[in-house]
Design a protein around this ligand. Sequence first.
Ligand code: CUO
Length: 698
Amino acid sequence: MADEEQIRQIIESFKLLFDRPNEPLITPKGDKKALFQLTEKLVPPEYSNNGVELNDRFGDDATERIPLKTLDRYPQFTVASQLPADADFSLFLPKHQEMATEVIDALLGVPENQLQDFLSTCVFARGNLNPQLFNYCYSVALMHRKDTKNVPIQNFAETFPSKFMDSQVFQQARETAAVIPQNVPRTPIIIPRDYTATDLEEEHRLAYFREDIGVNLHHWHWHLVYPFTASQRAIVAKDRRGELFFYMHQQLIARYNGERLNNSLKRVKKFSNWREPIPEAYFPKLDSLTSSRGWPPRQANMQWQDLNRPVDGLNVTINDMERWRRNIEEAISTGTVTNADGTTSPLDIDILGNMLEASILSPNRELYGSIHNNGHSFSAYIHDPTHRYLESFGVIADEATTMRDPFFFRWHAWIDDICQKHKESSYVRPYTRSELENPGVSVTSVSVETQGGQPNTLNTFWMSSDVDLSRGLDFSDRGPVYARFTHLNNRPFRYVINVNNTGMARRTTVRIFIAPKFDERNLAWALSDHRKMFIEMDRFVVPLNAGQNTITRLSTESSVTIPFEQTFRDLSVQSNDPRRPNLAEFNFCGCGWPQHMLVPKGTEAGAAYQLFVMLSNYDLDSVEQPDGSQLSCVEASSFCGLKDRKYPDRRAMGFPFDRPSSTATNIEDFILPNMGLQDITIRLSNTTEPNPRNPRTN
Ligand code: CUO
């Protein structure tokens, strides 16, 4: 029993390493003021004179002391310690990747089940490394070590709130923390809805999507679960990760394009001529609490320039990019990849995703380069390509902030287009009827229902929710300090699908998508474009009885999303929730799409959408899991996959819309008996409601 109690305590200690990332561990951590007892070796170098003494003095104030094991050996961090404590960190930079690899190796190198050793190693790492670098490597290590998978990874928006909201909030937050005692209710600080631009800038119509905290958390978390580099290959080589890189980002573009149409804008224009000026400007209005500097903006009409920044390990030209691009285009047009050893293999979407990104699984980094990551860097250093002004990168180089920038979508629209060229090539054949149909199964009707609402109508509205900044509010008094932000939300609804099964009882996969009914000119779509606009709403397996069946499914059960509480939840609250998922799943599935963004905004007048439902042949869908165990984390499996398992659907991601059709020219022609199509309306109620979960509504 003592052992269990010890393990519980040590897990609590691991959680505290996330707290107040810019503050050294010399001071107490967490709401309960727990103090790590530092030895000389464990105090940060800049406190080497007096760190132990200071740490000891804080002991008078602490409610709990955490003893730390003294180790014979601590990691070296030869490369990683070169990143100054006040620098920003980006995985897109080769130098930073090298640093992260070194740290992750060291953290994973501590033998499993030596938790005291691991804790001391992490405390040492936290004291000696840049806080953002530490946070990333520590999160990856917790997620991939078997003995720490029950340590919850802290909500990144709480740890590094400055990456998610207007910098003006923080001065007010410090004032609140200093002036208002913890036992007096603190009024939330309001984050205005329109703080990055005005309506003079038409791109600003999409700010609610690009700057959504949950959307950015999703993207950060996805890349945390799917790193593209590590010296332990298994961390990167997750089942179909290259294809998932394509699919998750394809869905981001499809969702973004749908939102653009709802805001009377055309689909995003892919960035394909890399020498042309970029008309989209972006002024992020974020400060970094790590560097105490603002994130650099991008003026309108700037251009990519060759990058030569030795400090970041970056020396890459637009010519390099164009050469890699030609090689990738050739791989697509010949359907063949040349591997690093000179052999060839057939190209598939999984390889293409890894080639483009490029992850360490890329078959030939020399030939195909690193286009996607460098594209982020070219855009992020547009203002200082040679480090002449000692400037850091723009928001587009940080996975937690990149989606705020309109140019992110132009860049990823190009990445997506390259993947679509492969899907449209003669090496990927269109689906045959037998792959699409499900003999004996016919869908007789599909609909969506909202309680008390009109039939086949989805309802969206605005909501104001509170997020606690105190865990990321370094060097200030404790107690929660809330910021209140406004975000899109949707009323829960359900799908009702009537099916006639003339065959035997069996299973089927239900695949649900929606797309705008008309294009930007208000004309019906050609299927070749329409298929790229369908966003996945849900995918699940159900038993079908012989005869009539009615399948109902709640929108809150979607396998694309995670609940609002999981996107935002304060982890101290979470540990008391009996319905909480097992924590390893919580960490892994955190990359799901936020529930509050499941339904596109629509319009006040009502936007015309089409609901598409397919009941596919389960014999072609099912996946043998290696140990036959029950699936876990199904709630977010569409974008996250399953932890330590195969992706739970044998079909290509995005099926049946991932490939062009050889026969149908519009969606109506595409429909087979096992599919259903229904016109629906998405109506926005342009009012803001307070979130009933807000701790205090003032
Ligand atoms: Cu997710 Cu470009 O890959 O940001």
